[in-house]
Design a protein around this ligand. Structure first.
Ligand code: ATP
Ligand code: MG
Length: 136
């Protein structure tokens, strides 16, 4: 089963991409596709469409377009649930010790990594970034 992670602009700019991928590989994930992208405003709005009405939508879009990010398709048994567990809570102050956000996130807004939150969204989000071919 595949899920989508994005190493967000804060973590990429801080040089934490390698450490984060290492942590994910230690947790049993295999990298199946990856690309470095600078999202445009329309891309970020489409990706986070479900949050359009939320007060944090504009700052979220602004942050996600502020620099390059690294979407990755990751494979593992029970991938969606397992990735949510290994990234930790949205706010790093509430994230369990050893999770990616506890280790590497700066704040609730600049929180290092995205992960799909359901199998349906994982399919949509993998196709959003890797539309041309099934990940290898
Ligand atoms: P992501 O979707 O990025 O994996 P998540 O599923 O843990 O994060 P969501 O509720 O989907 O959290 O929110 C998407 C992103 O919007 C969060 O990662 C965070 O950067 C930002 N965000 C969410 N809630 C808030 C909030 N109350 N205040 C500020 N930013 C927020
Ligand atoms: Mg989410």
């Amino acid at each position: 089963m595949l899920t989508l992670a994005i190493i967000k602009p804060d973590a990429l700019a801080a040089g934490r991409a390698g450490k984060i991928l290492s942590r994910l590989e230690e947790a049993g994930f295999t990298l199946r596709a990856a690309r470095l992208v600078r999202l445009g405003t329309a891309d970020a709005e489409a990706f986070y469409e479900v949050h359009r009405a939320r007060p944090f939508f504009r700052p979220l879009v602004s942050f996600m377009t502020s620099g390059p990010c690294l979407p990755m398709a990751l494979e593992r048994e029970d991938a969606v649930r397992a990735l949510r567990e290994v990234i930790g809570a949205t706010d790093p102050k509430e994230a369990a010790p050893g999770t990616v956000r506890a280790l590497y996130a700066e704040s609730k807004e600049r929180n290092a990594i995205h992960a799909s939150d359901s199998e349906e969204n994982a399919k949509r989000e993998v196709a959003f970034f890797f539309p041309d071919s099934a990940p290898v």
